[in-house]
Write a protein that binds this ligand. Structure first.
Ligand code: PGA
Length: 252
């Protein structure tokens, strides 16, 4: 039985004071649950502080990006081992903002995924199509290629300890959310693509939905059979909004 994962992607938001308030609000309002895992992904400079504030709580810590290299002369980059060292269990790789704004190709994403997995982190691999690609009927082609790039580089076994996030680009930060049926269809496709290589891994891998998820639409999305949680941007920045989603997951 897969557990839900509700993950907050804070993106480049917050400061020490606001982060403290946000984490305090989350841990105060969160009910422990055997069926729902909760993860927060703050900006890099705050990872250690958030980790220490989470001490004694079950909330997991993740980063938003990682270098494809293990160490060395890569100014400005952060190695996966360093993220482990400061207490991260997860790292987001291939977010559409990284792909679109920083030119990360599927090959780079695959290298980052491998670096994360090699260091013992759980990569959260983001895939998703643009509006133009959806309207051209290319959703499965695009998502299939993004997935295949990682499988070809890393193999299928690493997905035994990885998370996939389906994030239609047109739904990210737009307030436009995929309908539960639209999202479920792509989640099913992703699981089938994994199952074609390894059915046991496919049955166990958490596939999150991301893109304008909030308290009001979480229940419908999370009730779908292949939606195992959410990667939440905007609604992860206020404790009450984030907790509304964790509560929806706990109610299923
Ligand atoms: P959003 O972002 O919830 O603000 O749409 C989701 C994401 O980019 O991970």
């Amino acid at each position: 039985m897969r557990r839900f994962l509700v993950a907050g992607n804070w993106k480049m938001n917050g400061d020490s004071r606001r982060n403290r308030e946000l984490v305090a609000g989350i841990v105060a309002g969160l009910q422990d649950s055997a069926t729902v895992e909760v993860l927060v992904c703050p900006p890099l400079p705050y990872l250690a502080a958030v980790k220490s504030q989470l001490s004694g709580h079950s909330v997991l810590l993740g980063a938003q990006n990682v270098s494809e290299h293990a160490q060395g002369a890569y100014t400005g980059e952060t190695a996966a081992g360093m993220l482990v060292d400061v207490g991260c269990s997860h790292v987001i790789v291939g977010h559409s903002e990284r792909r679109a704004l920083y030119g990360e190709s599927s090959n780079v994403v695959a290298s980052k995924f491998r670096a994360a997995a090699d260091a013992g982190l759980i990569p959260v691999l983001c895939v998703g199509e643009t509006l133009a690609e959806r309207e051209a009927g290319q959703t499965e082609v695009v998502v299939g290629q993004q997935l295949a790039a990682v499988v070809e580089t890393c193999g299928i076994a690493v997905f035994g300890r990885a998370v996939i996030a389906y994030e239609p680009v047109w739904a990210i930060g737009t307030g436009k959310v995929a309908s539960p049926d639209e999202a479920q269809a792509v989640h099913r496709f992703i699981r089938d693509e994994i199952a074609a290589r390894d059915e046991t891994i496919a049955a166990g891998v958490q596939i999150l939905y991301g893109g304008s998820m909030k308290g009001e639409n979480a229940d419908g999305l999370l009730s779908m059979p292949d939606i195992d949680g959410g990667l939440i941007g905007g609604a992860s920045l206020k404790a009450a909004d984030f907790l509304a989603i964790t509560k929806a997951a706990q109610g299923i």
